[in-house]
Write a protein that binds this ligand. Structure first.
Ligand code: MHF
Ligand code: KIV
Ligand code: MG
Length: 275
């Protein structure tokens, strides 16, 4: 059954945790989809893990559409959520609606995600008005890395904690159907999760959220530029891959690959004529 805004929101009511992973291509989308992951997020984190940038700021609408299209083709049941990249919605409400529309129309996403709380509520309202489901993202919002001065835990002071709660309530009022809480103290995230009716999806926000999200290269140990404290490596796929690449090299150089089972035959008669 296809995951929808309604099925995801019912999961909060039924205390059935929502699973979300980042996904950037067709093969991975099929693997995650058949594993029952509820939401595939085409995160702008693709700037770091797929494209090798230092942060998410250089990611373009074209990058996001390219990857979203690939994921959409592989997601039969999972909800496809696409991040709006830096400067695709901050500039104006008009830009926000136009670019959200492109992710739906060209990327075939089921919804979009944008960073910010009360500051981006005009954008959220306008995108929702255009019948596009919006997921908000508050706490550590990586597109604001230069304003924050680094990737740091948010909401630790009383003032910042109150602001986070207000931001969550504001995006709910603006029409967001879900909200990501990134890098906030677990007890604060649990409080926010009780304070709003929409599902909260945590990353570095503890088990009190209504769901969890991780970058897939992090949880499979395929990415090593940095490793946030909140990452759990569920399998060492990076090591498995490195071993396979080394074995391939050894067999090619040693002449054991390709062997009989990997080749195509031709009659000796024809070969003799060629000589
Ligand atoms: N591979 C990857 N994983 C992510 O989780 C991720 C991305 N890329 N790109 C976009 C953002 C950036 N994120 C990050 C990046 C670094 C830290 C980090 O290193 N945090 C430190 C300091 C926390 C503190 O003490 O304030 C940590 O130890 O977790 C956290 C989130 C989360 N997102
Ligand atoms: C980490 C998640 C929430 C994200 O926004 C991304 O992958 O870009
Ligand atoms: Mg993102």
């Amino acid at each position: 059954m296809k995951n929808t805004v309604t099925t995801l929101q019912n999961q909060k009511l039924n205390k059935d945790k929502i699973t979300m992973l980042t996904c950037y291509d067709y093969s991975m989308a099929k693997l995650m989809d058949t594993s029952g992951i509820n939401v595939l997020l085409i995160g702008d984190s693709l700037g770091q893990v797929m494209l090798g940038y230092e942060d998410t700021l250089p990611v373009t609408m074209e990058d996001m559409i390219h990857h979203t299209r690939a994921v959409s083709r592989g997601a039969k049941e999972a909800f496809v959520l696409a991040d709006m990249p830096f400067m695709s919605y901050q500039t104006s409400v008009y830009d926000a609606v136009l670019n959200a529309g492109r992710l739906m129309k060209e990327g075939r996403a089921n919804g979009v995600k944008l960073e910010g709380g009360a500051k981006v509520c005009r954008q959220i309202e306008a995108i929702v008005e255009a019948s596009i489901p919006v997921c908000a993202h508050i706490g550590l919002t990586p597109q604001s890395v230069n304003a924050f001065g680094g990737f740091k835990v948010q909401g630790k002071s009383e003032e910042a904690a109150r602001q986070l709660i207000e931001d969550a309530k504001a995006v709910e009022r603006a029409g967001a159907f879900m909200v990501v809480l990134e890098c906030v103290p677990a007890k604060l995230a649990a409080l926010v999760s009780e304070a709003v009716n929409i599902p909260t999806i945590g990353i570095g926000a503890g088990a009190g959220c209504d769901g969890q999200v991780l970058v897939y290269q992090d949880m499979l140990a395929m990415f090593s530029d940095f490793k946030p404290k909140f990452v759990k490596q569920f399998a060492n796929v990076g090591e498995v891959m490195k071993q396979a690449f080394a074995d391939y090299t050894k067999e090619v150089k040693g002449g054991t690959f390709p062997s009989e089972e990997h080749i195509f035959a031709i009659s000796d008669e024809i070969i003799d004529k060629l000589y």
